[in-house]
Design a protein around this ligand. Structure first.
Ligand code: DX5
Ligand code: ZN
Length: 233
């Protein structure tokens, strides 16, 4: 299984955002994760499409926009125009989930659903064919630096089964991403549940190496993931 690291710039130094994005990309990020919070669906307020557009020319890898906003559709469109590659949203924040998923694909992006720790996997019923990504929250959305919620491990195993069954029936590949509290000391156990894409904010941006980059922490993540892959083989 291909494992992907998706640094969340939520914990980056926003006064130096361009440099931070370049550094984390040079350190081997596979995806850049953008946390969009609207002070309505979640209490925090972060960035809008202008910031996505500003970093787009610096980024060679997919930009993964995690919308924590209500309503969803208008902002999804703005982020698609601002250069997002993947757009995911929380289903309870959209009145018409199927329509929003279609809209995101029609805008030329890959579409994802985000499930909060207490949101059931039933949200995936009837829409698997419209999904490119399932994002499982392992913290309650709104803030970086929170502790990983262990109940999400079983949920990840169940989500992996759904994705594999969908693939076996001829469905398109779907990424399984996890977001919140991912650290060097738990990433291997999380990978063993079948997660393939790992968002990490504070663990990466809180750990610059001696050169001010993020290569050391990224290498530690990769080594843990390689260990998990070897055990699974
Ligand atoms: C929380 C965000 C996360 C957050 C993760 O609402 O969706 O992406 O930045 O931060 P850490 O890795 O610090 O838990
Ligand atoms: Zn996120």
């Amino acid at each position: 299984m291909t494992h992907r690291l998706a640094p969340s710039i939520l914990s980056a130094d926003f006064a130096r955002l361009g440099e931070e994005v370049a550094r984390v990309q040079d350190a081997g990020a596979d995806v850049i994760h953008l946390d969009v919070m609207d002070n309505h669906y979640v209490p925090n307020l972060t960035i809008g499409p202008m910031v996505c557009k500003a970093i787009r020319p610096l980024v060679r890898i997919p930009i993964d926009v995690h919308l924590m906003v209500r309503p969803v559709d208008a902002l999804a469109e703005m982020f698609a125009k601002a250069g997002a590659d993947i757009i995911s949203f929380h289903p309870e924040a959209s009145d018409h989930v199927d329509r929003t998923l279609s809209l995101i694909r029609d805008l030329g992006c890959r579409a994802g659903l985000v499930l909060n720790p207490a949101s059931p996997l039933d949200w995936l019923d009837h829409v698997m064919g419209r999904l490119d990504l399932i994002l499982l929250m392992s913290v309650n959305p709104g803030f970086g630096g929170q502790a990983f919620i262990p109940a999400v491990m079983d949920k990840a195993r169940l989500a992996r089964r759904r994705i594999d069954a969908h693939g076996a029936a001829g469905g398109q590949p779907i990424w399984l991403e996890i977001d919140g509290g991912v650290k060097v000391d738990n990433i291997a156990a999380i990978a063993e549940t079948g997660v393939d894409t790992f968002v990490a904010g504070s663990a990466i941006f809180g750990a610059p190496d001696a050169d001010g980059g993020y290569a050391t922490v990224m290498a530690a993540f990769r080594s843990e993931l390689a260990g998990a892959a070897a055990r699974a083989a």
